[in-house]
Design a protein around this ligand. Structure first.
Ligand SMILES: CCC1=C(C)/C(=C/C2=NC(=C\c3[nH]c(/C=C4\NC(=O)[C@H](C)[C@H]4CC)c(C)c3CCC(=O)O)/C(CCC(=O)O)=C2C)NC1=O
Length: 164
């Protein structure tokens, strides 16, 4: 599993050197943000189903053609899979918050996603709409502290970007 520590150590290793001062500073910076990330992970986990549902509802409202016959939200199975996909992304965001790096998203969410959606003939814009809506909904201090929200939003931006 890739984390802030393994990323830095692997890079230094590959270059045949010990981690430099700036490598260590980046690890230290990440460790200092760990409390904020853990808070975000905990709050997200506690509310994940409701957050995913809101994102799903917003994206289907925006792209209501998806409900038409033959489209990707037209059957109960498809609806369930769509909501499940949004939950997958949120769960991966959660793992990234815990490990302090984008490894889980990169390896399990983003690698190959374009090919999968293309093969299944699924548009990515509704995913972007769902996650962007979710991005606008998080609110500090109501949902989590400002620092935690910054960490959470950065990962949402990262996924949104990968799908845009
Ligand atoms: C852990 C990371 C992970 C992701 C991200 C993931 C996505 C994912 N979504 C899939 C299907 C699917 N995903 C959707 C989703 C949608 N329907 C809509 O109207 C919208 C466009 C969209 C929701 C925003 C649908 C309808 C299918 C089934 C498509 C089909 O069978 O033709 C499939 C094919 C396998 C299956 O049917 O379960 C994968 C791999 N799987 C994973 O393991």
């Amino acid at each position: 599993m890739k984390s802030v520590v393994t990323t830095v150590v692997t890079a230094a290793d590959a270059a045949g050197r010990f981690p430099s001062t700036s490598d260590l500073e980046s690890v230290q910076g990440s460790l200092q943000r760990a409390a904020a990330r853990m808070e975000a992970a905990e709050k997200l986990a506690g509310n994940l189903d409701a957050v995913a549902q809101e994102g799903y509802d917003a994206c289907i409202k925006k792209y209501s053609y998806l409900n038409n016959e033959g489209e990707a939200n037209s059957t109960q199975t498809f609806k369930d899979k769509c909501l499940r996909d949004i939950k997958h992304y949120l769960r991966l965001v959660n793992y990234c918050l815990v490990v302090g790096g984008t490894g889980p998203l990169d390896e399990w969410g983003i690698a190959g996603q374009r090919e999968v959606y293309k093969a299944l003939n699924l548009p990515t814009a509704p995913y972007v709409a769902a996650l962007s809506f979710i991005r606008t909904r998080g609110c500090a201090p109501r949902d989590m502290s400002a620092q935690a929200l910054t960490e959470y939003n950065a990962l949402l931006d990262y996924v949104i970007n990968s799908l845009s």
